[in-house]
Design a binder for this molecule. Structure first.
Ligand SMILES: [Cu+2]
Length: 642
């Protein structure tokens, strides 16, 4: 640790100080019990969703700082702000964190916040498993971030291709961090996929047929199917590579009969569908936002569903486009080129449907709507350049150049990040009972969106000019310097946008407008039928659904969520909170650290702890309770809903 230089020492000191600070504040205000009782042991989907989002915003900060460091290093020819090794580590952690520890948890956070409310039920199908999923993601994120200060970060890129990352070329624990942390969070993600699949299939309110579900719920349903099929492939790839590294096997080492290409195939069989795992829920979010703020029902509902199903199927038959240049031959490349281009068709259908939803609507440009409208042209740039990359002969020119970097940032930032911001502004009152400030929201949108274009649009040209990705510095005289400098200013402007957002959170927590109606946007779906924030049990009475846009229909017919007066409530069956998910995940963390450092005692202790906590759960018979009618009446009366 000591030979890692001043940057790491400073981080070490800051992390220790921050930890002491947090512990001191919690102890001084006697908050430990509150934290444990209300958050760490909760199985309430709404609170789990909020915890996912807090973690995701923290990771957006970490991944963003990585990005700014890279932009600083590249801002002028011949700079050495970072050395080559450090640069490798930072682009690896940037990519890994943004996809696995920022985009996914942010979206899964919204699965949790919105889906059970949208389908009119009281929790997910397996609330206890849901808590386990969250804590597995959380300890995995902590383990991955630890690599920054203990033992060195992974440096093989977020794809971590073999043979570069086999121990002979990449010794030390850095790559192990990648493999183990992704494995742990992956287990949680598979459980989330199963959980939401079952929740949506089995727990919908009476009358909510599949074709009456809100579009966000549809997108979560389809995403869950992709997760269940794609993530096991990642699990296998990571396990084989970890066995290579930790136990000296040769699945991917060619000198002993292994096949490095096998890893690349497995990675992208997961990795391409993963792109849609982080895009489709954002499509769902945009659908909700467009119809709410255009005051119209979503145009082409069935076509939207069919498009998402087609995208999901196609996402599994395009993975070879990630290595057109690795010598598969013209037949294979043509097939995967055409299948990739085919995805543009259902995506185009969705874009037109969003435009038609806005057509002749009474559009209200709230912050959420700005992100949704801003998404369309920016995502279009990402999508069209994707079609350019899907042409194999052209890809021989573009691949691994900054053209590619520009393309996937346009897709992922304009799609996923804009989607996450839209969702934050949209569902913030539902989560916290206050609205975010609209003026600060506009500052956030415009600085971030303009900064994003200044940062990434010139990269298309840098790509044409021959700048390859992953270079950590370059010589003067290529004509890349000024363009890179402009991009760095764009990146800084994005950072300013993020600060506006953080300031908005703090400002609104203190001065924000309270949402006493539960329905501040005059919206269409059931989550807006209950109070903001929703009570523990979501709905005092399970709503009866009579069509699409269930809440809009109820409002039009003058119905309320609690139905006719005088009909008595019934006791509500709810799951008990439990400390075991977090304890089990800490054991996963310990086992993970054992596998990272090949310290087997630690690994055995951790795995034993996991097994014991699981066994204890199976002897727990009293895991639920009933909320009595008096308590429901009191809560509903306090919310003015009797
Ligand atoms: Cu792909």
């Amino acid at each position: 640790m000591l030979d890692e230089g001043p940057m790491i020492w400073t981080s070490d000191v800051l992390i220790v100080l921050a930890t002491i600070g947090i512990i001191a504040v919690l102890s001084y205000f006697k908050l430990w019990k509150w934290l444990w009782d209300n958050w760490l042991t909760t199985v309430d989907h709404k609170k789990i969703g909020i915890m996912y989002l807090i973690a995701a915003i923290l990771m957006l900060f970490r991944g963003g700082v990585d990005g700014l460091l890279m932009r600083a290093q590249l801002s002028w020819p011949g700079l050495h702000i970072l050395n080559a090794d450090h640069y490798d580590q930072i682009f690896t952690t940037h990519g890994t964190i943004m996809i696995l520890f920022m985009a996914m948890p942010a979206l899964i956070g919204f699965f949790n916040v919105a889906v059970p409310l949208q389908i009119g039920c009281r929790d997910v199908a397996f609330p206890y498993l849901n808590a386990i999923s969250f804590w597995l993601f959380f300890v995995a994120a902590m383990l991955f971030n630890l690599s920054f200060v203990v033992g060195g970060s992974p440096d093989g890129g977020w794809t971590s291709y073999t043979p570069y990352v086999e121990t002979m070329f990449d010794p030390g624990p850095g790559e192990n961090y990648f493999l183990v942390a992704l494995q742990i969070t992956g287990i949680g993600t598979i459980a989330t996929g199963v959980n939401f699949l079952l929740t949506i299939l089995r727990m919908r309110a009476p009358g909510m047929t599949l074709m009456r579900m809100p579009m966000f719920t549809w997108s979560v349903f389809i995403t869950s199917v992709i997760i269940v099929f794609a993530f096991p492939v990642l699990t296998v790839a990571l396990a084989l590579l970890l066995i290579d590294r930790d136990f000296g096997a040769h699945f991917f080492t060619v000198t002993a009969g292994g096949m490095p290409m096998q890893y690349v195939n497995l990675f992208w069989i997961w990795g391409h569908p993963e792109v849609y795992i982080v895009i489709l829920p954002a499509f769902g979010i945009f659908s909700e936002v467009f119809s709410t703020f255009a005051r119209k029902r979503l145009f082409g509902y069935s076509a939207m569903v069919v498009s998402m199903v087609s995208i999901a199927i196609l996402s599994f038959v395009v993975w070879v486009h990630h290595f057109f240049t690795m010598g598969a031959g013209p037949g294979v490349n043509s097939f995967f080129g055409v299948s990739t281009m085919a995805i543009a068709v259902p995506t185009g259908v969705k874009l037109f449907n969003w435009l038609f939803t806005m057509h002749k609507g009474r559009i209200e440009y709230t912050s959420a709507m700005l992100w949704a409208v801003g998404f369309i042209p920016n995502f279009l740039i990402g999508g069209l350049t994707g079609v350019m990359l899907a042409v194999p002969p052209a890809d021989y020119q573009y691949h691994n150049s900054y053209f590619l970097v520009a393309h996937f940032h346009y897709v992922l930032i304009a799609g996923t990040v804009f989607g996450v911001f839209a969702a934050l502004y949209y569902w913030w009152p539902k989560m916290f009972g206050v609205l975010l400030n609209e003026r600060l929201g506009r500052w956030h949108f415009w600085t971030f969106m303009i900064g994003f274009n200044i940062c990434f649009f010139p990269m298309f040209f840098l790509g044409f000019m021959g700048m390859t990705r992953r270079v950590y510095t370059y010589q003067a005289g290529y004509g890349w310097g000024v363009i890179n400098l402009i991009e760095t200013f764009g990146a800084l402007l994005m950072g300013v946008g993020f600060l506006f957002f953080v300031y908005n959170i703090l400002w609104s927590a203190r001065f924000g407008e309270r949402d006493t109606t539960g329905d501040p946007w005059d919206a269409r779906t059931l989550e807006w039928a209950t109070t903001s924030p929703a009570p523990h049990y979501n709905f005092a009475r399970i709503p009866e659904v009579k069509g699409r846009d269930a809440w809009w229909l109820m409002k039009k017919n003058g119905e309320t969520i609690n139905g006719p007066k005088g009909v008595p409530f019934e006791p509500i069956h709810m799951p008990n909170d439990s400390g075991r998910p977090i304890i089990m995940s800490v054991f996963f963390f310990i086992a993970g650290a054992g596998f990272v450092f090949e310290w087997w005692i630690l690994a055995i202790i951790g795995l034993a702890g996991v097994l014991v906590t699981m066994a204890l759960r199976s002897f727990e018979y009293d895991d639920h309770h009933y909320i009595p009618v008096e308590e429901i009446e009191k809560t509903e009366a306090a919310a003015g809903r009797l």
